[in-house]
Design a protein around this ligand. Structure first.
Ligand SMILES: [Zn+2]
Ligand SMILES: [Zn+2]
Length: 265
């Protein structure tokens, strides 16, 4: 069943309009397409939506216009540092894109150089990772977002950096410990192929060892492409699905008709 719930558009840092993306989804045979523009972050306006009202109006417009062809959902990707008005959306994706040291913020996924600056501010990668996951998990347990976005985003540049976090046994132990904590919130984790589409990774988030840990915790998962261009709606979906099955998952979750349904894979 083709669905995608992590979809950006020209209202934030996506390259396609909402309607272009809808038309691409219809052509590809999608059953459900959920939009998830980056919620406004007042400390950094480079990636987020400036016109949230315009975004909501446009998603609702296409939802009505194409209602006989596809189910369109109004979601949002909320950064943990700036909660949105949840009642306005069909679902929220909870994501952590920043680390804060006092008033100063470091974006985790903007560039390898930016990540390295953040690590330098904490002094070492493990302290940085501990702070990242601690804040993220506190948010997850308190807020219980419908979907947990790219849980181990800070490994985005691992391949580029020739090993990075995932090459450190202490990091792996730490990330698995926090994955188990996050699983306790009983939210749906996304398996996200967005960094593959952008050439940074060859495998999806979360990494395979975290996926195994989530399987052990009986966590629910879904598959999203974190789409920033209409052509990429199905990008690396098949490979990710094969990995998910290899790990031992037998079900994927989808939000449709106002409720979560599971699909046997
Ligand atoms: Zn994100
Ligand atoms: Zn995103």
């Amino acid at each position: 069943m083709l669905t995608n719930y992590h979809t950006h558009s020209t209202f934030c840092d996506g390259k396609s309009t909402i309607e272009e993306t809808v038309l691409s989804a219809i052509e590809k045979g999608f059953r459900v397409l959920g939009f998830s523009g980056h919620g406004y972050t007042d400390f950094d306006d480079r990636y987020c939506m400036q016109d949230t009202e315009g975004y909501i109006a446009e998603v609702l417009r296409v939802k009505e216009k194409y209602k006989d062809k596809i189910e369109i959902l109004l979601g949002i990707e909320e950064d943990i540092r700036q909660p949105v008005d949840r009642g306005r959306y069909d679902y929220i994706i909870g994501s952590s894109h920043y680390s804060f040291s006092g008033e100063r913020f470091y974006d985790v996924d903007g560039s390898p150089e930016g990540l390295e600056k953040g690590i330098a501010a904490w002094g070492d990668p493990l302290s940085y990772a501990e702070d990242y996951y601690k804040n993220f998990c506190e948010y997850i347990l308190r807020r219980k977002p419908d979907i947990i976005g790219h849980f181990d985003l800070l490994t985005k540049f691992d391949e580029h950096l020739g090993g990075g976090f995932a090459a450190m046994p202490e990091y792996r132990e730490l990330s698995l410990r926090y994955a188990k904590i996050a699983a306790g919130a009983k939210c749906v984790f996304e398996v996200n192929t967005g960094a593959i589409a952008r050439g940074w990774r060859t495998t999806p988030y979360p990494g395979e060892d975290i996926l195994h840990a989530l399987k052990c915790e009986d966590a629910k998962i879904m598959l999203n492409t974190d789409c920033h261009h209409a052509d990429n709606l199905t990008c690396h979906r098949d490979e990710a699905l094969a990995l998910i099955k290899d790990v031992g998952f037998t079900e994927l979750y989808h939000l449709t008709g106002g409720e979560w349904v599971k699909e046997r894979i």
